[in-house]
Ligand binder design. Structure first.
Ligand SMILES: [Fe+2]
Length: 334
């Protein structure tokens, strides 16, 4: 779909198969896409093609895609299949950004309302996730999604954000994961010192000024590649996360994105956004900062659980400025 064209926006309901397959799973039709799963794999079909993906990879990507509200730009579940956020509408594509699929003429893309995609993805995820598997947890900290369907999952599919009412740590703050929630320090961070900051307010300001040890907060997160805390001031967005194993999606940027490696290391594979051709590999170690350009897709690999801070400029006009070349795809000219 060429940028600038006005594609038809579809608003279908996801259609569930009347019966389950012998592993206990239903299949689903959404627009021109069909989704089915078996013990190991997800099978996606569209009018001129089909694709197979590991079920763990598919579910970890799909649940994050819903939870992130389709995030900025492109979420590639793998090199072939994914979503592109237009903020209100969402493209689902297969092969559109893969040179081989395009050359073979089997690429396919459709635009939907964001709400209909969200509902469809949630319906599919709930049918395909059984108790004991949490796609937001690190693979070593949850069960496997492979095999036949088990007991239905309990509890929420996503972790909802809890808005802080005051500075974290002050009475009445609605702490999400500060130490008094009892959320334990993750096994990967047991060797980290969690010194608390000294706070010396001027007389009259006691109880109004506070500070926390951010490492202590992140170390208690029970999810990976998913924000532990987000601070938003107008269009300035900052989120901190803990990362373990691999980013379950390949993210295609529609703007610059700043990474601050707070601990340990992450290896980033950087590819051209449109073709998937390799652009580079970055190993970020504690203290390193980098700006991911607006014209790439990237995937991170964190051999040991690590802490990462991400900053984005959420201004709605940016994707157009980058797509039309009015802004260079990188933030600084050296
Ligand atoms: Fe990104």
């Amino acid at each position: 779909m060429a940028d600038g064209a006005s594609p038809t926006v579809l608003n279908p309901e996801v259609v569930k198969s009347a019966t389950a397959n012998k592993q206990g799973y239903h299949s689903f039709q959404f627009g021109g896409f069909e989704f089915a799963r078996d013990e190991y794999f997800v099978h996606i079909k569209w009018p001129k093609g089909k694709h197979t993906m590991e079920v763990d990879r598919f579910l970890r990507a799909m649940v994050r895609d819903i939870g992130w509200g389709f995030f900025y730009g492109w979420i590639f579940f793998d090199d072939v299949f994914g979503t592109h956020n237009h903020y209100g509408t969402v493209d689902i594509y297969a092969g559109t950004y893969d040179q081989g699929c395009k050359a073979a003429g089997i690429d396919f893309i459709q635009r939907f309302t964001a709400e209909s995609v969200s509902k469809a993805f949630e319906t599919i995820s709930r049918d395909w996730i059984s108790e004991g598997y949490d796609p937001l947890s690190a693979p070593l900290e949850t069960g496997s999604p492979m095999g036949s369907k088990g007991k239905p999952m309990q509890g929420p599919l996503l972790r909802n954000f809890t808005p802080a009412k005051r500075m974290l740590g002050l009475p009445g703050d609605q702490p999400v994961r500060s130490d008094d929630t009892g959320t334990p320090i993750n096994r990967a961070f047991e060797d980290v010192a969690f010194d608390q900051p000294d706070i010396e307010p001027e007389p009259g300001f006691e109880g109004q000024l506070h500070a926390i040890n951010l490492f202590d907060h992140i170390a208690r997160s029970d999810v990976t590649w998913n924000p532990s805390m987000t601070a938003i001031t107008k269009a300035s967005i900052c989120c901190v996360t803990s990362e373990e194993h691999m980013l379950p999606v390949i993210h295609g940027n529609d703007r610059n994105e700043w990474f601050f490696q707070l601990s340990d290391e992450i290896h980033w594979r950087i590819q051209d956004k449109n073709t998937g051709n390799p652009r580079g590999m970055i190993v970020m170690k504690a203290g390193d900062v980098c700006a991911m350009p607006a014209d790439i897709r990237h995937q991170g690999f964190s051999p040991k659980r690590s802490m990462l801070m991400v900053m984005e400029n959420g201004s709605p006009e940016l994707p157009e400025l980058y797509a039309t070349g009015k802004l260079a795809p990188y933030p600084i000219e050296f």
